[in-house]
Design a protein around this ligand. Structure first.
Ligand SMILES: [Ca+2]
Length: 389
């Protein structure tokens, strides 16, 4: 039984800034400079426009979030998986999650945005057993001609005076430094690489050979929702995602229980070694792993922890309102990220192959990530759900 030392939990990795919301000279500089990368981008860029809420209305200049952090939490219900039978034969690649009541969130003092525990009830739903793969995404692109966010050049109209060549499509690629670096300096390991996209995960010259069954990456929330519509599905709500991830267990540390490596077995594709310089890949994978390589959880679902972050439908706001028992919650009406107040964010869940207990332990079932809906990176993907009919 291996229990690890208390983790240091840091913010989830950023995603590519949204076209049209960033000062072009800095974006251009970041693209041109390459290795200077994201921290420069984050520290210097000034949003040039307001974000948009789900209705398309201008996003307000955010004040404090409406979440009542000081509200006394209600008594937590015991996790109870409903006995609702599946409404029919399972759609291809999907599993039935019968719904039920559970404790959502966590009490980890280092994951403030995922607190507190609160009672939630969800109805039954179908969910993809695995993350959407490159092969599945390729079928979608072939059928629809969809061009992903990372494959689109920034519109010169939004960036007058910037050479067109500097508005090239680009994706964020993890590039490990040669040795230890300060863990608050994203630029040391993230590069905005022109030409990096879902077909070229590490940039020009890379491809998907041998990776058909790996999760698709460099997909934005917009790309994921487009895929879901095409497939007759939708993205999970955050509550659905977490209920599915917990696999019927009650407040366990991991999607499979409280032991990170039961019987010495690796249960997820995460990072081993010193982040961000040395991944020993003791679990067998230094980047993405084929989906379903690791054991399923109690609902028969794979990779709810690690491999790639997964987009959820909800807008992101830190914390939860624990003052009432929510039923099939769909999240807050709009977004607020204190770290980037002017950039609306959608929720990501599950952590990735870059998550390490020495840096970011957000592969816990209650851990939360966030991202600009028009952005993506080399470790963000998704899975879909389908409502019961
Ligand atoms: Ca790994």
């Amino acid at each position: 039984m291996s229990r690890r030392p208390p983790p240091i939990v840091r913010p989830a990795a950023p995603s590519r800034p949204a076209p049209g919301r960033w000062r072009p000279s800095v974006l251009a500089a970041a693209i041109t400079a390459g290795a200077i990368g994201l921290a420069v981008l984050i520290s210097l860029v000034v949003p040039t426009g307001e974000g948009r809420g789900p209705t398309g209305a201008a996003h307000p200049d955010h004040g404090p979030p409406p979440v009542r952090f000081d509200a006394p939490p209600l008594p937590l219900p015991a996790t109870e998986v409903a006995s609702t039978p599946p409404p029919g034969a399972p759609p291809v690649g999907m599993a039935w999650v019968p719904g039920g009541t559970f404790a959502m969130g966590c009490d980890d003092p280092q994951m403030v945005d995922a607190r507190p525990w609160h009672g939630v009830t969800v109805d039954g739903f179908w969910v993809d057993r695995t993350e959407v793969t490159n092969a599945e995404f390729a079928r979608f692109v072939e059928a629809t001609g969809h061009v992903t966010s990372a494959e689109r050049a920034l519109d010169p109209k939004d960036f007058p005076g910037v050479p067109v060549g500097e508005l090239a499509p680009a994706g964020l690629v993890f590039t490990p430094p040669r040795g230890p670096v300060p863990l608050d300096e994203y630029a040391r390991w993230w590069r905005l690489v022109p030409g990096a996209d879902w077909r070229h995960p590490e940039g020009p010259g890379t491809d998907l050979i041998g990776r058909a069954d790996h999760p698709v990456v460099h997909v934005s929330w917009d790309d994921a929702t487009a895929f879901a519509r095409w497939a007759g599905k939708r993205l999970p709500t955050e509550a659905e995602w977490e209920f599915a991830a917990r696999g019927g267990l009650d407040r366990k540390e991991f999607a499979w229980g409280d032991d990170f490596r039961p019987g010495g077995r690796w249960m997820a594709n995460t990072w081993q070694g010193d982040f961000p310089s040395t991944d020993t890949a003791a679990d067998g994978f230094r980047s993405t792993a084929p989906v379903a390589t690791f054991p399923p959880n109690g609902f028969g679902l794979h990779d709810l922890a690690g491999n790639v972050w997964e987009w959820c439908a909800d807008w992101y706001r830190p914390g939860y309102d624990a003052s009432e028992h929510a039923r099939d919650p769909t999240g807050p009406p709009d977004s607020f990220d204190p770290a980037e107040p002017r950039t609306p964010k959608r929720v990501q869940r599950g952590g990735s192959y870059l998550c390490s207990d020495s840096y970011c332990k957000r592969y816990d079932p209650g851990g939360r990530g966030k991202g600009d809906p028009t952005g993506g990176s080399c470790h963000v993907g998704f899975r879909c759900v389908q409502s019961a009919k």
